[in-house]
Ligand binder design. Sequence first.
Ligand code: SF4
Length: 339
Amino acid sequence: MIQQTIPTWQVSDWKGELAGAVTSARELLLRLDLADSPLAGRVLGATDFPVRVPVPYLSRMRRGDPDDPLLRQVLPLAEEERSTPGFDTDPLQESRHNPVPGVVHKYRGRLLLVVSPACAINCRYCFRRHFPYRENTLGKREWRQALDYIAGDNSIREVILSGGDPLATGDEHLRWLVDAIAGIPHVERLRVHTRLPVVIPGRIDERCLAWLTGTRLRPVMVLHINHGNEIDNDVAAMAARLRQKDVVLLNQAVLLRGVNDSAEALESLSEKLFAAGILPYYLHLMDPVAGAGHFDIPEKEALRLYAALQARVSGYLLPKLVREIPGAAAKSQVGHRGL
Ligand code: SF4
C-alpha cells in the first residue's frame, strides 16, 4: 500500500543529494553486492556518458539481482560499443529544429526550451546522450533571444521546459524564466518534462512549488518512469504534493528490453502510476540512438506487448504507444488501428 501522507518540506537538500550521486559503475555494483558477479565483467570502462545515480533511486534497486530493471537503465555495458544499423547520434534530427540556441521547435503550437544540460541520472538509452548541450547552454542574452522567439510566434500556446532535466536548475533562475514566459500573452500552459523528482523526490519542495504554481500559466508535469519499482512511498508523496497544488501529472515511459518488456511489468507500472495519481500518457518506442541498440524492441513485438497490456487494464490506464519520426507534424501512434 502506497503511503499518502504529505511531508511538509519547506526546503529540501536536493542539491546535496544530486552532488552525492554515485558516479562509478564499480561503486554501484559494490553497493548492490554485485561486484563479484559475472555482470561486473560486462561493464563498459571509459565512456563519454558517465554513470550518475542518486542514492534515493539506488535504494529502490534489489541487492544481489543482476537483472534488476532499475539497475539495467543506468549501468553502462560493453554492448554500448556495438554499432547497430540505423542507430545514430541525433536520431530525431533535433539539430534541424534548433532555430535559436536553447529552442527546439518541432511541432505547431508548442516548443521546447533546453533549460539545463544536466540530468540527475544518466539513462543509458537517452536519445539526447549526444545532444550538443554546450552550444545550447544559455547566458542572459541568449535567453532574451529565446524569449523573443516565443513572443514573435503567437501560435505558441505551450512552452515545455526540458533539458537534460530542467529541474537540475536552481529555483531562482526557474522563477525568473517562468515569470518571463508568463509575460508573453499568447502562452497559456507551462509543461515540465522531468525525471529528477522520480530519482530525488525531495526536489519538489516549497520553493519549487512556489514558481511552478504561482503563475498564471496552467502547470503540467510529465514525469518519466519506466518501471513500477521506481515508485516508492517518497515518489508517491512527491506526486501528492504536486496534485495538492493542482498540477496535472502525466507519465511517459520508454519500452526497453530487459526493463519493462512484459505485459505484467507494463500493467504493474500503469496500476502504480494511477495509485500515485499520475496518468500513463505515452509509451514510447525507443529512439534509435547510437549506443543503445541492446534496449531495442522491434515494432512487431511492441505491438504484441501492447495488445496484451490492453487486454489487462482499463482504457484510462493504457498509455498511447508512440514513436517520434523526424520531420512528422506530431508523435506517431503505432499500429492503433490494428488493435
Ligand atoms: S533523465 Fe531524461 S534527458 Fe536525462 S538522461 Fe535520463 S532520459 Fe535522458
